[in-house]
Write a protein of this length. Structure first.
Length: 433
């Protein structure tokens, strides 16, 4: 399927005659050279695409260009050069009226500062985008109620925003975006004004909603742990340029340059890496219809002490053990010897590594990993898990913490300007309010 959002060779330069700055950047001049001429290059040659149903996170510190980038995608700032598409519609070639039409039909926005109307009720705020689009009152009230229920605010539609906590206000903003029914959601530092516990709860809710609704989401954040937790893919930005695009695992394991490597060194990898990243394939598995003699033969050949038994649809049936199998063969039994002592722990392939240790400690058998359909994907023996922990620990302590250099604040990007100067806490996911 074609991407829902795409950008190609995108530039945004502030100042007089900004096109001149594009030419100079392409000829090899630096951002600092342009600043000496009164020009500020906020976004430089940015190219990316966002697939249908994907959460694409743009991650960067103050001055990286991320807030300018999302304003360009939303049509609030025209590109100096390059092309932005929403589906097949090219924003960079549209009139302001056409851009506003695309924004009403296809794009909804969740802001950092909630952006609720204090004189309107929660329900009226949730329905506001529909009201602007001309939807009749009964239909917009119905859709607003449904959206509020989806975000856990059922029954709050008659209250004023002043009666709500910060987390609840952000839920109203999320409900407003959902009620609009657009296929694209833009979220600009949407959770950064919240306390850490509420922020985590909102992240959980976004992941849950995304699994059900499969929206296409462009999410902006300065919090690396948040980016790693939410993003299907992440674009790392610095000084207006995209340094690397990849999944959490790709960025953690294959940083594109020293900047990215320094940025990720303090990430809690046990909460980013998942079971699918550390699992391994057993040399053999056993079908549910096979007996103890076949199991005994496979155990001798593999020199293993256990076998995973699979149903015909490749869902795991259980784990059998060498001693039990040998006893069954000695007694001439035809049935597989299931043991109550060695029960099986099943985990999803996307379970964070941090959550695996407790499960592994409770079971002698290896952890059995399944895919989204519950089919067998691999195993994680305890020794493999401990080895993975050792590798993760070495990666986290391999070099001293070094803060990436801060860039200048984006003009016209108050969300970034409000950030404090970057510290090591920014990279660890601390609140930078």
């Amino acid at each position: 399927m074609p991407p829902v959002i795409s950008a190609e060779g995108l530039y945004k330069i502030f100042g007089r005659r900004p096109e001149r700055g594009v030419r100079e950047l392409r000829s090899g001049r630096s951002r600092e050279d342009l600043r000496a001429q009164g020009l500020t290059a906020a976004v430089i040659d940015a190219s990316f695409s966002v697939d249908p149903g994907e959460i694409f996170v743009v991650m960067g510190l103050s001055g990286s260009g991320k807030s300018t980038l999302i304003r360009m995608v939303n049509g609030l700032l025209p590109a100096t050069d390059g092309e932005i598409r929403i589906g097949e519609e090219v924003l960079s070639k549209m009139s302001p009226a056409q851009v506003r039409d695309v924004r009403r039909r296809r794009i909804s926005m969740v802001f950092q500062n909630f952006a609720l109307l204090p004189h309107r009720t929660v329900g009226e705020n949730a329905a506001y985008g529909l009201e602007i689009s001309g939807v009749n009152r009964s239909d917009r009230e119905k859709k607003a109620k449904e959206a509020l229920e989806m975000v856990g605010l059922k029954g709050w539609d008659g209250y004023r925003p002043s009666a709500l906590s910060g987390g609840m206000k952000q839920r109203v903003g999320l409900a407003r975006a959902l009620a609009s029914g657009t296929d694209v959601m833009l979220m600009d530092e949407a959770f950064s004004a919240l306390d850490p516990l509420i922020r985590r709860d909102m992240q959980d809710q976004l992941v849950d909603l995304q699994q059900r609704l499969e929206k296409t989401i462009l999410f902006i954040t300065h919090d690396l742990n948040e980016a790693m937790r939410l993003g299907d893919r992440i674009a790392m930005m610095r000084d207006g340029r995209i340094e690397q695009i990849g999944s959490s695992e790709e960025i953690l394991n294959e940083p594109a340059n020293d900047y990215v490597a320094k940025f990720i060194q303090d990430v809690d990898r046990t909460r980013v890496l998942v079971a699918g990243a550390v699992m391994e394939q057993p040399r053999e598995t056993l079908g549910i219809g096979q007996g103890p003699r076949t199991a005994h033969k496979l155990l001798r050949e593999t020199q293993n002490s256990w076998l995973v038994v699979l149903e015909r649809d490749r869902t795991p049936a259980g784990v059998i053990w060498q001693d039990d199998v040998a006893e069954a063969v000695r007694l001439g039994q035809d049935e597989l010897p299931w043991s109550d002592v060695h029960d099986m722990a099943v985990v999803s392939h996307d379970t964070p590594v941090a959550e695996l240790f407790g499960k592994s400690a409770q079971h002698d058998a290896p952890l059995v990993v399944v895919d989204d359909e519950g089919r067998f994907a691999g195993v994680i023996p305890r020794v493999t898990l401990l080895t993975a922990l050792g590798v993760i620990g070495e990666g986290e302590s391999s070099s001293p913490a070094v803060d990436p250099p801060p860039g200048p604040v984006d003009p016209g990007a108050p969300g970034d300007a409000a950030q404090d100067a970057p510290t090591a806490d920014d990279r660890r996911g601390g609140d930078a309010r």
